[in-house]
Ligand binder design. Structure first.
Ligand code: NAD
Ligand code: DAU
Length: 355
């Protein structure tokens, strides 16, 4: 049975990827996650007794821990998602972003290179190091145009600068040392189990708890939204079939202003769980100070992954958002545990000294 390392597997996208890999393959997944505030094993509650999901609470900045994991599990590849991921947090405190996104990726690359160098034959040539990155490395678009794989890197926030640096390290480890790498740059994801600091889960949570819905600036910034399971499917495809050394853009062709997103969410909630007082959720919207350096527009040209690997998203924005709202309505305890801190206790109880 093939073993794959997934870093950041207790996070939003990593947990969706692990659920997909366990359901669709016979691989054994070693989930390497430090369990920062964003790591939540409740997102993998359905796999708590799954023998093909092996959890290791480890920091990707810890070289000795990583080398021990490589020697113990001898993986066929790594899908690297562990990162500090929230732009606003990177503005208030960039240090962890530099440490994990740059230092951690460097440490993981070196541990992987040491292990890969010791392989021979088919296991050496089949090994893959897949780095999961973001469209934000390309900076901000004007009214028109799309990010393509060779768009210039122009990161604007501490988060995107740290991700850009990590992409460059991965590229260099391929060109200099021959490490068989892949890079994917994806647009904004949404779906189940997203930490309620990000736009969509934050708005759903605030709407349902009667809090204001804070729109940064004019609400006219544009993001290109992709349902998380479509991203996970693309990651599997690139990991298995992508050309070594290549990068692939992933996106849903769903450009929306933030106001459009919030208004659509409010309309869905009005339908699915109307407010008790008969008023509309949209009246909870408020305008707040803009994010410093706020990128105006992101939009991905996903032609390459579609043409070369046959990937295309299954969900439209409407179908994906409907599923998402439904999930948050049916899983209010998931968000409640995050907000109250109960999720840390849940992990202690269910994963004991591994969490
Ligand atoms: P997330 O914040 O939900 O999860 C990150 C996970 O990484 C958490 O489980 C956390 O505990 C873990 N982690 C953080 N620091 C670590 C460390 N030093 N060692 C080990 N584990 C650590 O993030 P996400 O939204 O799931 O994003 C996953 C990846 O995808 C990131 O690399 C991000 O840059 C990228 N990405 C995210 C989006 C998006 O819309 N969320 C879009 C494109 C790319
Ligand atoms: O583009 C991919 C990126 O998408 C990922 O690399 C990041 O990890 C991920 O966090 C996301 O970054 P954004 O900054 O685009 O996502 P966020 O959900 O924080 O914000 C989306 C938009 O909504 C952005 O224009 C800021 C705005 N916003 C956000 C919040 C949290 C608001 O107007 N109000 C809010 O309360």
């Amino acid at each position: 049975m093939k073993t794959i390392f997934v870093t950041g597997g207790a996070g939003f996208i990593g947990s969706a990827l692990i659920r997909l890999l366990i359901a669709q393959t016979d691989w054994r997944i070693v989930n390497i996650d430090k369990l920062t505030y964003a790591g939540n094993l409740e997102s993998l509650a359905g796999l708590a007794s799954e023998p093909r999901h092996v959890f290791s609470r480890s920091d990707i900045c810890d070289r000795a821990a990583l080398e021990a994991l490589f020697l113990e599990h001898r993986p066929a590849g790594v899908i690297h998602l562990a990162a500090e991921s929230h732009v606003d947090r990177s503005i208030h405190g960039p240090g962890d972003f530099i440490d994990t996104n740059i230092g951690g990726t460097y440490t993981l690359l070196e541990a992987a290179r040491t292990y890969w160098s010791g392989l021979a034959g088919a296991s050496k040539s089949a090994f893959r190091f897949h780095h999961v990155s973001t469209d934000e490395v390309f900076g901000s678009l004007g009214e028109t145009g799309l990010f393509v794989e060779d768009s210039p890197y122009q990161p604007n926030s501490p988060y995107s600068a740290s991700k850009a640096a990590s992409d460059h390290l991965v590229r260099a480890w391929h060109h200099t040392y021959g490490l068989p790498t892949l890079i994917t740059n994806c647009s904004n994801n949404y779906g189940p189990c997203q930490f309620p600091e990000k736009l969509i889960p934050l708005m759903i949570h605030h709407a349902l708890t009667g809090k204001p819905l804070p729109i940064y600036g004019k609400g006219d910034n544009v993001r290109d939204w992709l349902y998380v399971d479509d991203h996970a499917a693309a990651l599997r495809l690139v990991f298995e079939r992508g050309s070594v050394g290549d990068t692939y853009n992933i996106g849903g062709h769903n450009e929306k202003t933030n106001l459009e997103v919030v208004d659509t969410l409010c309309a869905l909630l009005d339908e699915m769980q109307p407010r008790g007082d008969g008023r509309k959720y949209a009246q909870q919207k408020i305008s707040v100070a803009d994010r410093p350096g706020h990128d105006k527009r992101y939009a991905i040209d996903a032609t390459k992954i579609q043409r070369e690997l046959g990937w295309k998203p299954r969900e439209t924005f409407e179908s994906g958002l409907g599923k998402t709202v439904q999930w948050y309505l049916e899983n209010e305890s998931w968000v409640a545990h995050v907000v109250s801190g109960e999720y840390r206790r849940w992990m202690d109880q269910n994963y004991g000294d591994r969490a």
